[in-house]
Design a protein around this ligand. Structure first.
Ligand code: SF4
Length: 312
């Protein structure tokens, strides 16, 4: 078993474990189970009950039910012509490659997703036929869950299959694992990603500069052939300040990563306490434009009725 797989096994997975580790009593075992890798837990200030990393993973009883929140806010399943493949935009498809994540973010819009019915690995034959017969598709996005939760062997096999489709030029990987469990970025994985004939884009998911550890920095700065972008979710109590978002953009750029998207919260039930109002989001974005060079200001976006809408 690799170090990262071993680390994954030892993640905090219950309220009792979290109470012991953080010496606090705020955790609840809810329908979306707790999962906090130790590499991430060790970045949390145990003396700060409002630590921005802790806030993202602490599961709380939902006492603030608000209208507009639902179990599956984006209804991704309605855009799956083949199980495991989501096709919303002409030139690209997204594959649900894994139901597993290194961490359970309590604001996650896919926390109720029907992963069992949408598994791209087991449904590859039909997915292969679909992509080959739609020649306008030139980009395949690996998502999940987290595609880096797959073993190297499964990932390599999938990449080889995608490479063999002549009209696919770009492989995009959406991953939070690389940030929260840098041990996942093994030499073997890096070699695999850097040696494919496809253009590789990694869209990392980081919400706060405190998540970007020195260990992560050491690994990510060694990547030379991969385009690195970051997406964040705008979260109340985590990053809803111009100071925090500015620090994140600057830290990302220092590591060779461009801030790409700042997502409005997808309104999944249980995440009501993370919601930032539209007015506040626009105000923050305007403040970022004043403080940062244009290329360091992420696009403010919201997914509405399965369409990504860029505000600014
Ligand atoms: S890593 Fe991504 S998919 Fe997994 S729980 Fe967090 S936001 Fe959701």
């Amino acid at each position: 078993m690799s170090d990262w797989q071993n680390n994954s096994r030892h993640a905090l997975k219950s309220a009792d474990q979290c109470h012991d580790f953080f010496k606090t009593s705020g955790f609840e075992d809810n329908h979306f189970p707790i999962k906090i890798p130790l590499e991430f837990a060790n970045l949390i200030d145990k003396n700060n009950p409002n630590d921005p990393l802790l806030t993202q993973v602490i599961s709380v009883k939902n006492t603030q039910q608000q209208t507009g929140f639902s179990l599956s806010p984006l209804e991704d399943e309605q855009h799956a012509p083949v199980a495991g493949l989501i096709h919303k935009y002409p030139n690209r498809v997204l594959l649900i490659t894994s139901r597993v994540c290194a961490i359970h973010c309590q604001y996650c819009f896919r926390q109720n997703f029907d992963y069992a019915g949408h598994d791209a690995i087991s449904n590859w034959l039909l997915i292969n036929d679909y992509i080959r017969s739609n020649t306008q598709i030139n980009e395949v996005i690996l998502s999940g869950g987290d595609p880096l939760s797959l073993s190297d062997e499964k990932l390599q096999s999938l990449i080889h299959k995608i490479e063999s489709i002549a009209h696919i030029k770009t492989l995009r990987i959406h991953s939070r694992s690389a940030v929260v469990t840098p041990s996942r970025m093994t030499k073997k994985l890096v070699h695999m990603l850097e040696s494919t004939s496809l253009n590789v884009v990694m869209v990392l998911h980081s919400n706060h500069a405190n998540e970007l550890s020195d260990e992560f920095a050491n690994i990510i700065q060694k990547l030379s052939k991969i385009t690195l972008l970051n997406q964040s979710v705008l979260l109340k109590g985590v990053n809803d300040s111009a100071k925090v978002l500015t620090a994140l953009s600057i830290r990302l750029f220092d590591l060779g990563i461009l801030p790409y998207y700042l997502h409005m919260l997808d309104k999944v039930s249980g995440a009501e306490h993370f919601l930032v109002s539209d007015e506040r989001a626009i105000e923050l974005h305007q403040q970022l434009q004043k403080k940062l060079s244009g290329y360091l200001v992420p696009k403010l976006v919201r997914d509405e009725n399965a369409e990504s809408k860029t505000w600014m």
